[in-house]
Design a protein around this ligand. Structure first.
Ligand code: PLP
Length: 414
């Protein structure tokens, strides 16, 4: 913590003036946190702020231009995941989509006894919603996950009960990148006739998505993870899936989510979805090669570095590494000072640095979790950036390790 405070104090405020194309930050390796808005997405959105600004529910032509743009965007988002456009409910993002899936399913179920299955590595948008449902009297089984970071579908099968109303399992984990066996879980859910929700916020744009092949009834996606704007997302709702709205008002989104539609945001989401589908194969193949190089060089050249989660079942852009003996938060700041943006295996909550629930869930100790970093690459990541990152990261890790006597003994003990 002391190291972190010293580093923070040396960081000039002007760093926040921009992320790309400035001396302040030139290697962005935090694409799982968010992505820049693609220029084509921005251009698609611009007319809908001040020119074609009509309310999509208005009958006049200004409103109808918004309605037409909304319909076109709905087609593009549906096309990204192999859905029917009528099954797309636009939301304010992935968090709201996850909340709508969990609360909407719970409220729609007539049973008095209700049970939900989720995993321990879900995003907080699912976990905290599940915990709130527990406070409301619903039982939740959290399936434990081993060091692979991949759930065993048989554990889901074993947890099923007659009163189970929903299974919620994420596709790609945001911290580890590990991909869950959604198709197999989909088959188990279908056999048991239990609705199946999948948080695909981190797999959209990275893996080909098809709701029928995956066997999901509900699926969450978010625009800002696929080079679209923040504050827009969608929940796919398979026709016939019981779901109670969570926002009441007008008849928007076929009575499933009230509120005047965010036309510019949704138009941007549509364009981002179109680009994600068109670029998927080329982006994924190129990015994976760069991620593997980063992984192999860091884990191969530095002592006491471990790659977290099963390396063979990860999305191609993400790696999570434990640098034993180096404080992750201090590392993030030290790297930031040298122009590299990445993130820690810990989150700041109520002023304290809490180790990541995902890393703890797969068996890391709190110290190991606090010594972990996530690097997530994206469409703009270049070979030269990875070369530069590889020139900076090892020396920075060694420098921080040398600053901590406790750290040194941890390295030598391994
Ligand atoms: N689910 C996952 C797996 C995520 O990674 C995120 C965001 O980091 C969310 C849900 C929340 O999405 P949003 O930021 O659009 O609310």
């Amino acid at each position: 913590m002391a190291q972190t405070l010293v580093l923070l104090a040396t960081r000039p405020r002007s760093r926040y003036s921009g992320c790309f194309g400035t001396a302040a930050m030139n290697i962005y390796l935090d694409y799982n946190a968010t992505t820049p808005v693609d220029r084509a997405v921005l251009e698609a959105m611009l007319p809908f702020f001040a020119n074609s600004f009509g309310n999509a529910s208005s009958i006049h032509s200004c409103g109808q231009r918004g309605r037409a743009a909304l319909d076109a965007a709905r087609d593009l988002v549906a096309n990204l995941i192999g859905a029917n456009p009528s099954e797309i409910v636009f939301t304010s993002g992935g968090t709201e989509a996850d909340n709508l899936a969990l609360f909407g399913s719970a409220n729609a179920s007539p049973q008095s006894r209700k049970h939900i299955i989720a995993t321990t590595i879900e995003h907080h948008a699912v976990l905290n919603a599940a915990q709130e449902l527990e406070r409301q009297g619903i039982e939740v089984t959290y399936i434990p996950i081993g060091s692979s970071g991949v759930v065993d579908p048989q554990d889901i099968r074993s947890a099923l009960r007659p009163e189970t109303i929903l299974i919620s399992v994420m596709h790609a984990n945001n911290e580890l990148g590990t991909v869950q066996p959604i198709e197999e879980i989909g088959r188990i859910a279908a056999e048991a006739e239990v609705p199946f929700h999948c948080d695909a916020v981190q797999s959209a744009g990275k893996l080909a998505l098809d709701v029928d092949r995956l066997g999901v009834d509900l699926l969450s996606i978010s625009a800002h993870k696929i080079y679209g704007p923040k504050g827009v997302g969608a929940l796919y709702v398979r026709a016939g899936t019981p779901l109670e709205p969570q926002v009441y008002g007008g008849h928007h989104e076929r009575d499933r989510r009230a509120g005047t539609e965010n036309v510019p945001g949704i138009v941007g989401f549509g364009k981002a979805a179109e680009l994600a589908k068109a670029n998927l194969k080329a982006d994924a193949a190129r990015i994976e090669i760069l991620r593997d190089r980063l992984d192999e060089m860091l884990a191969g050249t530095l002592p006491s570095v471990r790659v977290n989660g099963d390396r063979s079942s990860r999305v191609g852009n993400t790696t999570n590494l434990t640098f034993a003996g180096a404080n992750g938060e201090a590392l993030v700041i030290a790297l930031d000072l040298q122009g590299i943006a990445c993130s820690t295996g810990a989150a700041c909550s109520s002023g304290a640095v809490e180790p990541s629930h995902v890393l703890l869930a797969i068996g890391l100790s709190p110290d190991e979790a606090r010594s972990s970093l996530r690097f997530s690459l994206g469409r703009a990541t270049t070979d030269a950036e990875i070369d530069r990152a590889l020139a900076i990261i090892p020396a920075t890790v060694e420098r921080l390790r040398a600053m901590s006597p406790r750290a040194l003994s941890a390295v030598h003990a391994k």
